[in-house]
Design a protein around this ligand. Structure first.
Ligand code: NAD
Length: 419
């Protein structure tokens, strides 16, 4: 097979991903983004990929370009409709987190996928961090015994005290980050737990921590919560505790922890690993308590060491490209059913928050009865592509609105800048 030809939709995050695909031996043949002003990354994308690249502003024209696969790096809540268009064209899809923003989209996406020959992969990159790979190796070695409980956090405080954060990440009032409920950005927290343990959530409950901005800053966030915890019961009897996109002080500090029958392991000060056995359970020659910086063991070590972000995007791209070249779907939990299930945990987790922690069963969209139950469930906390208003509150206090002074400061900050 010759070089795979890739198109990139959304060039903010998409530029970073394109770099990894080039390192993995692909050719980026086309990019698509509606903005061509200096506020976006088109310029840096062209600088990196070369001036000959085809540039589109319209997705429907873009997918007519001669190519094998599309990287979906557009708005967080708008991946599903574009994935479906790719399936209809027989294009392979590498989709940023999350796969879908409503339950109905999850059903529709899976139905369209099953009619296509496309390879679909959730581009969840946290399982490829060096310390995560080490914790997965330890858990899979059996040394911890059965994993009874695991924790996954994605912690990233976008502090409005720094105006540049607003410019880069929340550059208009309806931007998805200003309306993203705290259970939704889930794949960085849940993906590594599913990958490491093989367990799948079947039931959940959730609660949020409400602490809206009170300082005289510039923000248009309607969220008000700083974090939400989801607790899941899993198909193997274990339990997960998740903090999808939390904004705690002292971060960013995304923690993962696996507690087994005989031992437990967690990341410690970001990338170190802390492994603790019960007394008498350490294998011969091993200390009962160990803290260490794991050594990267990978055939592409030299490339990975050159990459930003620990090489985690490169490794994620490699999983996708291997699947495409071998004509199969990527392994659990990057396949479409796992991807949509993660989105269901995010969406139903939010329903649970809004209903005082009411438990929800997590549907399995391999089953027709589960599809039927959710095929018309279009509730969303986000603004629609057609300008339609959200149909669900994005704050655990449903009447919460940011103070008018904060919004006014935001509008002043963004004057002449908003896309
Ligand atoms: N895994 C990671 O480490 C990581 C990091 C950052 C972002 N992300 C994910 O990547 C995705 C994009 O994030 P972002 O921060 O770049 O978001 P963003 O909203 O800032 O950028 C999206 C880009 O897509 C373009 N776009 C959206 N809809 C379009 C349309 N219909 N036609 C043409 N162009 C369109 C926009 O112009 C914009 O440039 C999100 O899903 C986010 O969750 C992942």
């Amino acid at each position: 097979m010759g070089k795979l030809r890739i198109g990139v939709f959304g060039v903010c995050r998409g530029t970073q991903l394109a770099e990894s695909f080039v390192l993995a031996g692909c050719e980026i043949v086309a990019i698509c983004d509606r903005y061509t002003s200096e506020h976006n990354h088109i310029e840096s994308c062209i600088n990196m990929l070369g001036k000959g690249i085809a540039i589109y502003t319209d997705f429907d024209e873009f997918i007519n370009h001669d190519m094998d696969a599309v990287i979906l790096a557009n708005a967080f809540h708008e991946h599903a409709p574009y994935a479906i268009k790719c399936f209809e064209k027989g294009l392979h899809v590498f989709s940023e987190c999350n796969s879908n923003a409503t339950m109905a989209e999850g059903v529709e996406m899976i139905r369209a996928f099953e009619k296509s020959n496309s390879v679909y992969m959730l581009a969840e990159n946290y399982p490829q961090m060096k310390h995560m790979r080490e914790m997965e190796r330890l858990c899979k070695s059996g040394r911890l015994g059965k994993i009874l409980y695991a924790e996954g956090d994605y912690d990233h405080f976008m502090d409005p005290i720094y105006p540049e954060i607003q410019h880069v990440y929340m550059y208009n009032e309806h931007h998805w980050r200003n309306w993203c409920p705290k259970t939704y950005y889930i794949t960085h927290a849940l993906g590594p737990l599913m990958k490491t343990t093989g367990a799948t959530p079947v039931r959940l409950t959730a609660f949020a921590s409400f602490a809206p901005e009170t300082r005289e800053l510039a923000t248009a966030s309607h969220v008000g919560d700083r974090a939400a915890a989801i607790l899941t019961q899993n198909d193997d009897g274990s339990v997960f505790r998740l903090f999808p996109w939390s904004e705690f002080g002292g971060g960013p500090y995304s923690n993962f922890r696996f507690r087994g029958q005989w031992a437990q392991v967690e990341n410690y000060f970001d990338t170190n690993v802390s492994l603790r056995y019960s007394a008498g359970y350490a294998p011969d020659g091993e200390e009962t308590v160990q803290v260490y910086d794991p050594v990267l063991d990978d055939p592409d070590k030299e490339i990975i060491e050159k990459c930003y972000f620990d090489g985690r995007d490169y490794l994620t791209a490699r999983i996708f490209l291997d699947a495409v070249r071998e004509g199969r779907q990527p392994e659990y939990p990057f396949d479409i059913y796992s991807a949509v299930l993660m989105s269901s945990v995010a969406i139903l987790g939010w329903r649970s928050v809004l209903e005082g922690g009411k438990p929800y069963d997590v549907p399995d969209f391999r089953k027709e009865e589960d599809r039927k139950r959710y095929e018309n469930d279009n509730l969303t906390p986000f603004w629609g592509m057609d300008g339609s208003a959200p149909t669900l509150p994005c704050s655990s206090h449903p009447d919460y609105e940011p103070d008018e002074a904060l919004l006014e400061n935001y509008r002043k900050l963004m004057k002449g800048f908003q896309k």
